[in-house]
Ligand binder design. Structure first.
Ligand code: C2E
Ligand code: MG
Ligand code: MG
Length: 545
């Protein structure tokens, strides 16, 4: 493997990124907070709906109970009306007493005489007769045959806050009433667990005229007007008993409804946080992965982001271009031009080097075919990776050659670095080279002098060129030892009968020295950098003039 790649190659995976890449933090936050947001929103509406349903069923139960109470009162009063018809006051008191004992919901019963005064009560004969209540202003209508509801107000005899359920009598009986403790009406609500309205709402039982009979929670003073314009953030449910006598209004604040929400959140939050964390982790991993070079490489290859730049190879005697080295460049959409030192090692590790080289080979042949009519002598050299040779598997390259050549006979040199040529792969490399030679490919040893080289092995290898690494050329001007090394490398090449190509010629001095030493070919910035095809074409045209 090319030595200049080694430092890159050994870097830990994490660092193999294309410079610093902005992780889209807002996206991570968005993705990871999504479950929490969904939980909040869904459970919020769920809690409101749940509270409303709950309230509806409470009010419904209350309406049923209330209707039953009124129905029972009506029955008792009708029955008593018959029983009391011809009873003397003592007997009447006993009859009333029995009814009260039989039903705990009623605290007192009484007969009203034709003047509207209490004459007999379940507690005894009232003599002289007394008004129904000292606090209730409204009186009952003697012409109304239905059950009437008065109060609540303080009862005359027991002096307790009561609702009066009263029925018109007949004969000398003006009417009969039953007293109900207002708490009996709301009693049904005490059976509901967790109702606990406090100051967050109320349930109110109203007469059809809007008069408040009984309530729990904190009903507003003007409950009747409130009924028709509830506060916008409150949840309100209203139901009137079938007989139309009593309307029940239930109202809870959002605060109350959201008690369930908070409870739900408390249970669900740890799970949701866990899921959020997991999502954030997975997402970040995905983002990191997407930013790694190998992932990007694959994408780049699929999106045709690679291009080839040709560095002219010069005949040092005539100073004319006789060929070019095809060098890969990656035009990354965000990061611009990326050089092979960064991506070739990764491509080698991931195996992407194989499709990459096939593409390169195909492209190089096409480009040469484009130039061939005007520059028929031109040859192209391209780099092979060790992995392509030391597995002995060059079938895909041969397949590409077979497919692309199509009448045109390209002149190609494949460069292999010294490191590829270690003994353990010896036979395989030799075989691979032999098979490619059947397709008229020539071979060059790249970066010669830098790697491990078994001279004996080199002798057995069927190659045509040696490319002197630029490291030696650079040292020529400043380092006397380097001059000796270059001399001996040149001698070695000459003795082996190999064509020597010097790499990285940057100055006239280097050029002159190499030329004097009989090095026939060279490449370097002194002549030209690697150029895109069109520029390389212009470079060739310019030297024709
Ligand atoms: P290499 O094959 O030895 O290629 C020569 C490198 O030296 C190129 O760098 C070239 O741009 C650079 N160079 C040429 N003249 C001068 C000069 O005067 N001064 C200096 N300082 N540098 C000069 P590049 O293009 O960055 O390529 C680096 C290496 O990447 C290549 O070294 C080659 O081993 C590898 N590479 C490039 N393309 C491919 C490819 O398609 N396949 C494989 N497997 N490796 C490739
Ligand atoms: Mg090369
Ligand atoms: Mg080289």
């Amino acid at each position: 493997m090319n030595q200049r790649h080694l430092p890159n190659n050994n870097r830990p995976r994490e660092h193999r990124r294309l410079g610093s890449h902005q992780t889209p933090i807002f996206l991570v936050v968005l993705v990871s907070t999504l479950p929490i947001a969904i939980l909040l929103v869904v459970s919020y509406f769920q809690a409101i709906a749940y509270a409303k349903n709950n309230l509806e069923s409470i009010i419904k139960t209350a309406a049923i109970e209330t209707k039953e109470l009124l129905g029972d009162a009506d029955n008792i009063l009708h029955r008593s009306k018959v029983d009391l018809q011809n009873a003397d006051p003592q007997t009447a008191a006993k009859i009333l007493q029995r009814e009260i004992y039989n039903d705990f919901r009623f605290r007192e019963a009484a007969i009203i005489n034709s003047e509207g005064l209490i004459a007999v009560s379940s507690l005894g004969v009232v003599d002289p007769p007394l008004p129904i209540s000292p606090t209730i202003k409204s009186s009952f209508d003697l012409n109304n045959p239905n059950l009437q509801i008065l109060g609540p107000g303080r009862s005359q005899i027991m002096q307790e806050q009561s609702i009066i359920l009263i029925l018109k009598g007949s004969g000398n009986i003006g009417g009969i009433y039953l007293l109900v403790d207002p708490a009996i009406i709301t009693n049904v609500l005490t059976l509901i667990p967790d109702l606990d309205l406090g100051s967050d709402g109320f349930i109110a039982f109203m007469k059809s005229d809007g008069h408040l009979l009984s309530s729990v929670g904190a009903p507003p003073q003007d409950i009747f007007s409130h009924l028709y314009s509830p506060s916008p953030r409150a949840i309100q449910v209203t139901q009137t008993t079938d007989d139309g006598n009593i309307t029940i209004v239930g109202q809870v604040s959002r605060q109350w409804a959201l008690r369930y929400w908070r409870q739900e959140l408390l249970i669900a939050a740890p799970f949701t946080l866990l899921i959020s964390g997991l999502l954030a982790y997975l997402f970040l991993r995905q983002v990191r992965q997407a930013n790694t070079l190998d992932f990007e490489l694959k994408r780049g290859l699929a999106h045709n982001e690679f291009e080839i730049h040709y560095q002219p190879i010069i005949d040092l005697e005539t100073r004319r271009c006789i060929g070019a080295e095809a060098l890969l460049r990656w035009r990354h959409p965000q990061r611009g031009l990326i050089y092979p030192g960064l991506f070739i090692p990764i491509a080698e590790q991931t195996g992407l080097i194989l499709p990459m080289t096939e593409w390169l080979l195909e492209q190089v042949i096409q480009d040469q075919a484009t130039l061939a009519p005007r520059f028929p002598e031109l040859y192209t050299t391209m780099n092979l990776s060790p992995t392509q040779l030391n597995t002995g598997d060059v079938e895909r390259l041969i397949e590409t050659l077979r497919r692309v050549k199509d009448g045109f006979q390209p002149t190609l040199v494949f460069e292999i670095t010294e490191n590829t040529l270690v003994e353990e792969h010896g036979q395989m490399v030799q075989d691979a080279i032999a098979r490619l030679k059947l397709w008229d490919i020539r071979f060059a040893i790249d970066d010669f002098g830098t790697g491990y080289s078994n001279i004996g092995y080199l002798q057995r290898l069927d190659v045509e060129q040696l490319k002197l690494d630029q490291l030696f050329i650079k040292g020529l001007e400043f380092d006397n030892n380097m001059v000796h090394i270059v001399d001996s490398l040149i001698d070695f090449g000459d003795r082996m009968g190999l064509t020597i190509i010097a790499e990285g010629i940057e100055t006239e001095t280097q050029y002159q020295y190499l030329r004097e030493r009989g090095v026939r070919y060279g490449q370097g910035w002194l002549f030209s950098r690697a150029l895109p095809l069109e520029e390389f074409d212009r470079f060739l045209q310019a030297q024709e003039k």
